[in-house]
Design a protein around this ligand. Structure first.
Ligand SMILES: [Zn+2]
Length: 812
């Protein structure tokens, strides 16, 4: 109400009655009940009294001058600081009740407009409440959208990760869309450009379906951005909306776990398996108190081959010859000649002179050669069977007439220098730790299951060097060696490794030829043999019906004739049997992946090996972020979120891989590195990759140490939120660290047999339970190191320190 709106009529003072005034007087009888205020006696002021059950309003009162104002003040009236001289007099604001107003009027004061009444106050209060509610609603709108989208939207954002890699800024998004199996639509992600900015102001990006083995997993995609977004929003093709906060992936903390003077950078070139083993022997010799070399129980088949040759051109005329002796044990000295006798009507004849084998071919009446490949092969095996075996080419009938061939040596085709042993090869590990008696938490790192992967072995050597050479001066390293029992195998597959270095760079497998007679056993198939050592293990293997390994002896993913058929694999199995080993790293290249189980699924249907529990998965993710942060420290290379996770989620199925055996059969937290960008990069790049992944491997050791030292009990809380379903609420458990939660909803005491709180789905994090309002929830948590919340003993009837809660919404 504005002053100009004051009704003029209030300027006239109405007459007051004595009776009216008397009601209001505190001190004595009214002295001048009928007098105008200005006339009243100063020594007997009229005093206003307020009744407690009345509201006071702000009312304008106009007095003629300061004398009347003083008289007004003397009544005890509640004036605010508003005193405005006007033409009509001095206007003041009095805070008075209706009774007081009446009294003032009776005293002759000119009481004007009500400026502010109790209703106004009530309105202010409701305005205030509305404003607060609006703020709350604003603040909650995002959460509500989150909850609503989580509960009802057909699109769910699984991850939104911002990260830097090199000098790039990237936003990586993964989301699951309910129609993803049947619709090929991409999803559009709108992003803001930082805190407080509009969705969309940072641009948009498309994410596409990730479908594997015919099964839709989720949408994913990464895009370069120019600012770190805070939130993203996806509107699905059906109009449903999902929003999510963007998290920073692998931020690099300022403090480094490497103290000043920490030494690194110990490798200066690629190393062959022979050199790798020599290196760990020298290291162990230099640090006898801290390390030893262990010869693993199973020797390989050896870097050796039979001497072979294939004579002839077309399949029907070819004769394949293999020595009985290994090439280096005499096979390479054998020669074979197919000679035209140069005369008519000669029989097929074989002569053996020392190791020179001469076949005189049969001729017809015209002197033309008539011997077929099958006849020559049979004659060779019959007549020179102490030296060799001959056969037609890959099961061919061998009906073609052979052509004469000059004396040709058989050869094992192996080019490694003599310093590379041709004998069955021991596989060596270096065992590092102050206490190598099995009493410490064990960690296993092993490389070069795949022969052509030349960088991973260097990562293990660099790591062994760092541990031993920093032990004397770096407290952190000293602690690792005091706490852990570290097994490092730089090359699991030395035969294949040597073959890759000296003969066939692309060799992936070991060197053992399992092809059956009549198959690809001849010299021309020599680069197609071998067992894929990362497909020959026992869990979820080809032999169990899982996908991603081959039964073909010439396939690069050949699983071998049976589980653990290969000595290389039996060695890993032997290592994994060490009961103290709790963590492992299987180092491969390439692709900059970081993965764990499950590593295999069966098709059709993409039936995965069992997924880790939510707690296990959280532990994998938690440790992963540490390990990947350590890797990133070297040159800001980020292993991407899309390449971090279970093998079968981010890469492909690999039946019978070693990580799965270690995880499922032995309960080891088993990780897999895919180091770098190629199998045999330039040395400069190989060196960088070695440094960064050694950072990661050392960090795995720190994870193991922290696990070993972990005596801290987890804590957990129950979070209850509204549910879209009437009469129910949504319930989640929040834990202080990666921990399993076992719960009951029927009032019974929770035990290890109770329901295990699970993840919502692939890469989705914790599930949300929908339970009837008022459900009694009882639970406890246990961390990866086995510490149980509140010292509760689930197996002890007397122990009652589990958590209790009710599935009810917080009030207010
Ligand atoms: Zn590999």
């Amino acid at each position: 109400m504005s002053r100009s709106a004051l009704p003029r009529r209030w300027r006239r003072l109405p007459a007051a009655t004595a009776a009216g005034v008397a009601l209001l007087l505190l001190a004595g009888p009214a002295t001048a009940g009928t007098a105008a205020p200005a006339d009243r006696e100063a020594d007997a002021p009229a005093v206003l009294e307020r009744s407690a059950d009345e509201q006071a309003d702000v009312v304008e009162v106009t007095v003629d001058g300061t004398a009347q104002l003083d008289a007004l003040v003397a009544t005890g009236v509640d004036l605010d600081h508003h005193v405005t001289p006007t033409e009509a007099g001095i206007v003041v604001h009095a805070v008075v009740t209706p009774t007081e107003v009446a009294a003032l009027k009776r005293m002759g004061y000119r009481v004007g407009a009500v400026l502010h009444d109790a209703d106004d106050s009530a309105r202010r209060i409701s305005e205030r409440e509305a404003t607060i509610a609006a703020h709350r609603a604003e603040n909650r709108a995002y959460t509500a959208t989150l909850e609503r989208s989580a509960a009802t939207s057909d699109v769910k954002i699984i991850r939104a990760d911002y990260y830097t890699s090199g000098t790039n800024q990237v936003l990586s998004v993964e989301a699951k869309w309910a129609q993803g199996q049947t619709s090929t639509s991409t999803l559009t992600v709108a992003r803001d450009s930082g805190p407080g900015t509009e969705i969309g102001s940072g641009g948009t990006q498309s994410i596409t379906r990730f479908v594997d083995a015919g099964v839709y997993l989720y949408h994913r995609g990464a895009a370069a951005v120019t600012a770190r977004p805070q939130r993203i929003q996806i509107t699905s093709p059906t109009g449903d909306v999902a929003v999510a906060e963007v998290k920073e992936w692998l931020p690099i903390p300022a403090d480094s776990p490497e103290g000043t003077g920490y030494q690194k950078d110990f490798v200066t070139s690629y190393l062959t398996p022979t050199e790798l083993y020599d290196r760990i022997k020298r290291l162990a010799d230099a640090y006898p108190q801290l390390a030893e070399v262990v010869k693993l129980p199973y020797q390989t088949n050896g870097y050796r081959r039979k001497a072979q040759v294939v004579l002839g051109g077309t399949a029907a005329t070819r004769v394949a010859v293999d020595s009985l002796a290994w090439g280096h044990e005499g096979g390479n000295d054998i020669t074979v000649e197919l000679a035209d006798p140069g005369a008519a009507d000669r029989p097929l004849a074989v002569t053996v002179t020392g190791k020179a084998v001469r076949v005189s071919l049969a001729t017809d009446a015209a002197g033309a050669v008539t011997s077929t490949a099958a006849q020559v092969a049979a004659a060779l095996t019959a007549e020179a069977g102490t030296l060799l075996r001959a056969y037609t080419y890959r099961g061919d009938a061998g009906a073609g007439v052979v052509a004469p061939v000059a004396s040709t040596p058989l050869t094992d085709n192996l080019k490694a220098p003599a310093g590379v042993s041709r004998d069955p090869h021991p596989v060596y590990a270096i065992r590092i730790g102050k206490y190598r008696d099995g009493s410490r938490t064990g960690v296993l790192a092993y490389a070069q299951e795949h022969a052509r992967e030349w960088v991973p072995p260097l990562v293990t050597i660099e790591t062994a060097e760092r541990l031993l050479r920093n032990h004397a001066t770096d407290e952190n390293t000293k602690q690792l060696l005091r706490t852990l029992d570290i097994w490092i195998v730089p090359s699991i597959n030395p035969d294949g490794g040597h073959y890759s270095f000296y003969d066939y760079a692309s060799q992936r497998r070991n060197m053992t030829n399992h092809c059956a007679p009549g198959g690809a056993t001849d010299a021309l198939a020599r680069n197609s043999w071998g067992v894929d050592n990362n497909r020959n293990y026992t869990e979820y293997s080809l032999f169990d019906g899982y996908s991603g390994a081959s039964p073909s002896c010439t396939s690069d993913t050949y699983a071998g004739p049976g589980e653990l058929s290969e000595p290389e694999n039996r060695n890993v199995d032997w290592l994994a049997q060490r009961p103290n080993i709790k963590f492992s790293m299987n180092l491969h290249s390439s692709g900059n992946y970081f993965m764990w189980s499950p590593g295999a699924y069966a098709t059709p249907g993409r039936i995965s090996a069992p997924r880790p529990t939510l707690a296990e998965e959280s532990f994998f993710w938690g440790a992963s972020s540490r390990i990947l942060t350590a890797i990133k420290r070297h040159r800001n290379m980020a292993v991407t979120p899309a390449r971090t996770g279970p093998i079968s989620d981010v890469l492909y199925s690999a039946a019978g891989n070693s990580g799965d055996m270690l995880w499922y059969r032995y309960g080891i937290y088993a990780w897999n590195f895919e180091v770098g960008t190629s199998f045999q990069p330039t040395w400069e790049e190989a060196h960088q990759e070695t440094m960064e992944f050694s950072n990661g491997l050392v960090e795995l050791l720190r994870v193991a140490r922290d696990y070993d030292k972990d005596r801290k009990r987890p804590t957990s809380t129950l979070a209850v939120a509204p549910s879209p379903t009437e009469g129910t609420v949504s319930v989640r458990f929040d834990v202080s660290e990666p921990a399993a939660v076992f719960y009951t909803l029927d009032g019974s005491k929770p035990t290890f047999g109770s329901t295990l709180y699970a993840s919502a789905g692939i890469r989705e994090g914790a599930e949300t339970l929908t339970v009837p309002v008022g459900t009694r929830v009882q639970w406890f948590s246990v961390d990866a190191a086995g510490n149980i919340e509140r010292n509760y003993r689930p197996d002890d009837d007397g122990s009652r320190t589990f958590n209790r809660g009710w599935a009810t919404l917080p009030t207010g």
